[in-house]
Design a protein around this ligand. Sequence first.
Ligand code: GLN
Length: 543
Amino acid sequence: MKYIFVTGGVLSGLGKGIATSSIGLLLKRCGYKVTAIKIDPYLNCDAGTMNPYEHGEVFVLHDGGEVDLDLGNYERFLDTELSSEHNITTGKVYLSVIDRERKGDYLGKTVQIIPHIVNEIKTSITRVAVSAGADVCMVEMGGTVGDIESMPFLEAARQMHMEHGPENVIFVHTTLIPIMGVVGEQKTKPTQHSVKELRSIGIQPNIIVGRCSEPLDASTKEKISLFCNVRPEAVISAHDLKNTYKVPLLLQEQNVVGIIHGLLRMKEMPCDMEPWSDFVDRFESSEGVVRIAIVGKYTGLKDSYISHYKAFEHAGAECGVNVELEWIDAPEAEHDFEKEKRVMLSRLAECHGILVPGGFGSRGTRGKLEAVRFARENDVPFLGICLGLQIAVTEFARNVMGLEKANSTEFDPDTPHPVVDILPEQLRVKNKGGTMRLGAQKSIIRPGTLAYRLYGKEVIYERHRHRYEINPAMIESIERAGWVFSAVSDDGIKMEIGELPGKLFHIGSQFHPEFLSHPNRPAPLFLGLVRAAVEFKEREAGS
Ligand code: GLN
């Protein structure tokens, strides 16, 4: 087993996740079996209880793990399926050690960070790598070198390097090379400091990936090489590119694979990046623009919806069109709602499609209901995801069925028309962490529906994350009014996809299709929305 630890220096947000995914992809395209682990040094056991506004999107895995958004990058780049074990957090590590202490597993011993916590980290990493049956395990260290909370993880990595040997464990350090002054000099001092910090804890990086707005000059590379004790060819320029899909190709140009093969004494195998560069070519040669509005509540931080963003890129490339996203914070103002609503509607009128994504809590619900109504009444292509489906059904009940007070019991527990209600099994649930209906669930699609045309098959597995559902007691009356539930859960009770026939595209899913979208394999519901948006735009131009 070969381990590649990716650390970050100077500051966060340098694209460590993309570097990790890109190196993993290159090795995979050489024919190696690659897996990836993300280490998050926070005390939460998982990302499920964290606000997307603070931490970015909560990514959901097949096994129901609610994890850091970087695992989404790994899955998309490596086209693989990971489990929640691939996200190791301080919370998980401590929980397991303390559990064992209570059971008496360390009886008589003083339980300490070294060796017990560090051993637990090492065991978790190797267990995941071995059970994935990987040749190479990428391990991305969250946080920045020098943070107190990441110390035990770096110590574990240092020990693994010693125990497994330098031909089995290497370190890739990503840093920032700022450009300063009128002459635009590339500054290496922050990199030197962060490498010094790393070396003070016993880790010598083998490869340095320098993030910079411009390609690194030869003199910059030499300087970093000299001061950081890394060979000059192993100082890699990761300068700004038009899109992150090009990063693996940029790394390949600089022979990252050859360097890694040499360091890890792996058999040199040719790296076939053709399918990936085909996608990049299609993505870059897309012509024209369709504008799609995302009406949500975490629109201020794009990372909150990163998988949506990516799913639109995949679908756009497939259709040969650029998808421009219009982020709209769903209005909810107490006083000036009508004014805010007008502003939103005038922005929606400039769009060719509307998406209402998932969410929790009532803020923004009024605005989202108005957005769905606008879509339905003007036949603007619409996709609702999770909460978005629940809102679409509520809108239909209120404005088509005339049930003015129809609502989800999440927002109005006393509504006379609970079109959306809590899942019965959720009534017993008290803890918030990891207790929703989560992960991949089987759905059966009804032939002859839009959903069937999009998926082209009857049985699908998509990822879920919710506590509420379309109220089974109201399904009959909703369908009698013209709405169609086109996919249901395996037991036939939970509504998984709903659509409004006779429209260009008006559909919603209880699951989250964005988590299974890949380059070259876009999510059918996103692809459908983008195609419909293209058609809508053409119709508009023709009329
Ligand atoms: N709040 C809704 C529920 O729990 C929707 C969840 C979501 O959109 N992920 O069912």
